[in-house]
Write a protein that binds this ligand. Structure first.
Ligand SMILES: Nc1nc2c(c(=O)[nH]1)N[C@H]1C(S)=C(S)[C@@H](COP(=O)(O)OP(=O)(O)OC[C@H]3O[C@@H](n4cnc5c(=O)[nH]c(N)nc54)[C@H](O)[C@@H]3O)O[C@H]1N2
Ligand SMILES: Nc1nc2c(c(=O)[nH]1)N[C@H]1C(S)=C(S)[C@@H](COP(=O)(O)OP(=O)(O)OC[C@H]3O[C@@H](n4cnc5c(=O)[nH]c(N)nc54)[C@H](O)[C@@H]3O)O[C@H]1N2
Ligand SMILES: [Mo]
Length: 788
């Protein structure tokens, strides 16, 4: 049966322009938002005590982003969006068997993402019944047996895919990969394949490590932070505190972003009483460069050109040199080639590709040259690009020029997304595992792991479309909503997958885009007490700067029927794997310290004394070689790397007729979880169905503000991909660049629109054309909206 899925969030909505432009990011708006969201989720008084234990020693780690905590946290160490995430999780609303009794899956398929999750927490394990088109309650034991029988029945086990979302803590992620490898596969598509995989793959070629070389302390000692393609105010709001503090002591923030993101322009720190008295907050970015989408490679090479040529002049004049030649000499490889490449670049070309003027680039370079210590941060604006890996490597080149790596106050800082996305990868969720890891895993568990590489997210999607997947198990997340080409994948999923199993906390679209057999297995959430064999358990989380922290839930579980992720994986593993295997799954899941002991056995150096160190306030830091100026690269040095010809690829050329579309997050959302239809930081209220466009483009296309438009994807495969019903909204964004919200636009992204090396989906440059909807389409659309 093919179900019709609504991709629209608007309900006969209007979009407003209240507060246009004036209020800063943060400030009173943030405090009001926290209060509102807690009330809306009916989070009772206990919510407040809960909030105070967040990110504290013996407390729980915020389930929102991966920004690290200070060693001495503030009284209330949380941000507006962390509070929303907790309110959303600790909600009093429930989705029990009675709910599923009232609604068929076909009906639910027409609900919006917000409506689905807003029903509350899942309470019982559920199994799909095709005869009634409903999910029905099932006992845990029956669910495990049924899943186990199914998994055992497959002839080709490589047709099974095990997806992980980055909220899973180290313990359950480790169990999940162990189960997968004992089952015989390396198919571990992971949310990072849509996120920072670009960094994970390209950074090691440059620096030998795939993680940030900075720690939080570096932000206290830096002179300048350059931010490329990361919307700090919405996605890692606690980092705003670090930027605010930097500006306060005279440091500089230089931002590269096509969109003017409000909080990066001005921000009022809710934790600063002085700021809260100022109506306009504090200026954060001393320079804000609205680079063309995908134009960072050209912009950064322009920056490097200015710095290198200034150094050339200093040499000629016998003045103090600009580059750190001592560092370059002792620690790097490929400098001369790269310098020549930059010297030879023509300014007209740099300007055309970056969309920035030479003067603007020179101004940014000036800050870079004057700052003794610089940190470069980057997010999805860099990684979700066709040449994302090249973008990451250009950022590293810029840092290397002045020895800005492996020094206090300086470094490379990819800002990671999900709270434990980095840890999941550390403990073995990886489709291309290294031999050293596998042989150690095999030794510790006396097993034989498969050596053949498995599928990442893009490959998993392709294999589903090709009809080559039998079963999908999701450890958290909302795979069938977060992926590209969602319509093509969904259709195939419903028709060809034999089984889908989703381990979840909330109802989402991935429960509705299901296989012939389908299970929803509800689990405990991060905030909740996880008691195993009578003992309260702690899990561990690795933040985006490699600190491993304990997290202990504080509140009573949403339902007595919930199991922990770890117990669920143990249940599936026991029912699937032959009884004589050496792993006692139940025994492991009864005490998470036992799992950590096994993790330590597999990674004896990295996780030395794991259990003892879990209790360290502020956690413990995992060794990062580049931070110590030890280069684990083939050349044994940090490498200057640059692409030959990527500036001129036809799809991303500034001369192309089509638009590049950014698909991005609003302020009231966490990935596919939509808390509300407002985006206070972009002055969008009551709808998410908007397209932000440059006024000159609106005029050129003969459009007007408020018109309804349709996107048509421009793709080399000739497949038609459309999404309609987006309202035109004039916005401060470069020409031929447009922006709309994710996931409403995910049907427009071809699976092949991705970074070549890492396969990370290029969700920030989706080639589209924009068309005014005709009267008939508008009537149909408004009909849909009105009846939704
Ligand atoms: N509250 C909240 N917090 C979150 C999340 C959430 O959804 N909500 N998601 C979490 C996750 S998983 C992740 S990965 C992170 C995501 O956090 P971000 O990395 O900030 O991702 P996006 O929100 O997609 O925003 C990307 C930014 O890049 C800019 N951009 C787009 N194209 C370009 C370009 O070509 N060049 C440059 N220089 N900039 C560009 C966009 O305008 C936007 O400001 O946040 C994490 N934290
Ligand atoms: N077009 C476009 N697509 C994108 C992106 C983009 O910018 N543009 N961003 C990409 C990025 S960066 C990412 S990381 C992915 C995100 O992809 P995912 O990580 O798959 O998606 P989320 O929306 O974070 O998942 C939300 C669901 O997780 C479940 N959940 C919440 N907490 C828990 C928990 O503690 N345990 C378990 N088991 N389940 C839990 C809930 O049921 C909830 O519905 O999306 C990617 N897709
Ligand atoms: Mo992410």
């Amino acid at each position: 049966m093919v179900k019709k899925h609504t991709t629209h969030q608007g309900n006969g909505e209007v979009y407003g322009t209240q507060n246009k432009g004036t209020a800063p990011g943060g400030g009173w708006g943030a405090l009001r938002a926290v209060e509102e969201h807690m009330l809306r989720q009916q989070v009772p008084f206990v919510g407040n005590a809960l909030m105070l234990s967040m990110n504290k020693h013996h407390g729980f780690k915020c389930p929102s982003c991966a920004w690290p905590d200070p060693i001495k946290p503030a009284m209330a160490e949380f941000c507006e969006n962390g509070a929303k995430a907790v309110a959303w999780e600790a909600t009093r609303k429930r989705v029990g068997p009675d709910f599923f009794e009232r609604h068929t899956v076909s009906e639910l398929s027409r609900w919006s993402d917000h409506e689905l999750e807003n029903q509350g927490r899942l309470t019982h394990p559920m199994r799909y019944n095709a005869a009634t088109d409903k999910y029905e309650a099932v006992s845990w034991e029956d669910a495990f047996q049924d899943i186990g029988e199914e998994l055992k029945s497959y002839e080709d086990r490589w047709r099974v895919h095990l997806y992980t979302s980055g909220r899973a803590p180290n313990e359950s992620a480790f169990m999940f990969q162990l189960f997968g490898r004992m089952y015989g596969i390396n198919n571990f598509p992971d949310c990072s394949n849509m996120c920072h995989e670009t960094t994970t793959v390209s950074l090691p070629d440059s620096l030998g490590v795939g993680k940030a070389t900075t720690i939080l302390d570096d932000f206290d000692h830096t002179d300048a932070v350059f931010i490329f393609g990361q919307n700090t105010g919405t996605n890692s709001p606690r980092m705003m505190g670090n930027l605010h503090e930097l500006v306060g002591r005279g440091g500089a923030v230089v931002t590269f972003n096509p969109l003017r993101e409000k909080a990066l322009v001005r921000f009022a720190n809710p934790q600063s009483p002085m700021d809260m008295l100022k109506p306009s907050g504090t200026t954060i970015s001393s320079q804000y460069h609205q680079v063309r989408i995908g134009g960072d490679i050209a912009a950064i090479q322009g920056l490097c050109k200015v710095v290198i040529e200034a150094d050339d002049r200093a040499r000629e004049r016998g003045e103090k040199r600009i580059l750190d030649h001592e560092f370059i000499e002792a620690h790097t490889h490929g400098f001369e080639d790269y310098a020549d490449h930059c010297r030879a670049l023509d300014w007209a070309r740099i300007e055309r590709h970056s969309g920035l003027t030479r003067e603007a680039i020179e101004q940014a370079a000036d800050v870079y040259m004057k700052a003794e210590r610089v940190i470069c941060c980057w997010g999805m604006g860099i990684t979700q690009q066709k040449h994302g890996g090249d973008g990451v490597q250009q950022i590293v080149n810029l840092l290397l020029l002045r020895g800005n790596i492996g020094r206090r106050g300086a470094g490379a800082c990819p800002v990671r997304g999900h709270s434990n996305v980095q840890g999941d990868r550390t403990v073995g969720i990886y489709q291309k595992p290294k031999e050293a890891f596998l042989s150690q895993l095999d030794k510790v568990f006396d097993i034989q792991s498969p050596r053949r590489p498995g599928a990442d997210v893009a490959e998993c999607c392709e294999q589903i479309v090709a009809g080559n997947v039998d079963a999908f198990i999701g450890l958290g997340g909302n795979f069938f909503r977060a992926i590209p080409d969602i319509d093509r994948v969904a259709e195939k999923t419903l028709n060809t997958l034999k089984m889908t199993v989703q381990i979840s906390t909330k109802l989402n679209r991935s429960h509705l885009i299901h296989g012939r057999k389908a299970f929803i297995l509800p689990c405990l959430a991060r905030t909740e007490k996880d008691v195993q064999a009578g003992v309260l358990q702690t899990v561990t989380i690795e933040d985006g700067m490699s600190n491993v922290n304990g997290s202990t839930g504080q509140i009573e579980p949403a339902s007595p029927h919930l199991k922990s992720e770890t117990a669920i994986i143990a249940g599936i593993a026991r029912a699937t794997l032959p009884p004589h295997t050496k792993v006692d799954w139940e025994w492991l899941s009864e005490d998470y310290a036992r799992i950590r002991d096994r993790i330590e056995a597999v990674f004896p150096t990295m996780f030395k004394d794991y259990n003892a160190r879990v209790g360290t306030p502020g956690g413990f830091h995992l060794y990062n070689a580049a931070r110590e100026r030890v280069w684990e690269t083939e050349s044994g040095r940090a490498n200057f790397l640059y692409p030959g010809d990527t500036l001129d690829s036809s799809m991303s050329s500034p001369d192309a007729e089509h638009f590049q579309l950014i698909t991005t997050r609003g302020h009231d959302q966490f990935n596919t979880t939509v808390y509300s239809l407002d985006d206070r930081y972009r002055d969008v209220y009551g709808t998410r169905m908007v397209v932000m466009m440059n006024p000159a483009d609106i005029e050129r296309l003969g459009l007007e503000e408020g018109n309804l438009i349709e996107f048509r994807a421009v793709a080399e495969d000739g497949i038609e991909r459309r999404a309609s019903g987006f309202r035109v909204m004039p916005y401060d964004v470069p020409e031929k660049c447009a922006a709309a919200y994710y996931p409403e636009t995910n049907g427009l992204i071809p699976i092949a629109n991705r970074d070549e090396r890492s396969h990370t989906i290029a969700a920030k440059s989706v080639p589209v054309t924009i068309h005014l909807m005709d009267t008939e389409q508008v009537q149909q659309q408004t009909g849909v909206l009105a009846s939704a």
